[in-house]
Design a protein around this ligand. Sequence first.
Ligand code: C5P
Length: 297
Amino acid sequence: MEPFTIAAPAKLNLFLAVTGRRTDGFHDLVSVVATLDFGDTLRVEPAASLELSCDDPAVPADESNLVLVAARAFAAASGWRGGARFVLQKRVPAGAGLGGGSSDAAAALVALNRMAGPSFALPGARLAEVAASVGSDCPLFLDGGPQVMRGRGERLEALPARAAARLAGRRVLVFKPGFGISTPWAYGRLAAAAPGSYLASAEAEARLRNWVDDAAAPAERLLFNSMEGPAFRKFPALPLLLEDLRGECGFAAGMSGSGSACFALLPDGADAAPAIALVRRAWGGSAFARETRITVR
Ligand code: C5P
């Protein structure tokens, strides 16, 4: 088989309501997740064993990397015993809430399912189960966004087409400070502040339905994130910059996932440069800042 390359896009949570803690320790959520026209790429070629290299020396390319975790999980689930060499071109920052590791893992699953051939390839539903075993955000990336995510992230539903059309092609500025936020830490802080830190699931569903049903409601009206509470208390640099972006640029802005990456929705024709300058002034010249777009499958 010839080597091939698979895109591993980043995601944004435009809406993320954490509705409560489950008996298995995970949290239930209701989220609208959009995939972006920006991300990592995973090149795959046949090899004797499973191997990974990455162009970013800061990213561990050992067995802890979700690409190899996913590859091992695929082999265990399918019985496929082949090998593959993965070359990961890393563009999505880690510890950001942008789903980079989960997207890489999903790309590895799609690649191996293609390489394994008809005797070993898994049906879509089984592949999604394997993805969920790798990470809560991983199944989303098998199909891409925008989708509504429920449960701990494994219950996915396409956003109704008319609502998805309001997101399609929307320009966004994604930015991240020099530090990341650990997802288990963020969920732990939410649990410690329970029950006030959760949004009741009926309320979350009602907010989502109101936005979906209101054909005139722009993406700006959807923004909500339960995880901003703990993140903003520990890292006031996040809400300070978001307030400046709202006040000085007039952009709707929020945090993605458990952070620390944030984003601003750019109105049609708006210049991103003043917003990028604000990011650099607040968080330093080396802060990550990238203009991209929401994609629709
Ligand atoms: O599934 P993933 O590996 O991304 O989850 C990392 C951690 O984040 C979990 O161990 C759990 O502490 C927390 N989490 C959660 N509820 C979710 C997703 C993640 O509590 N829906």
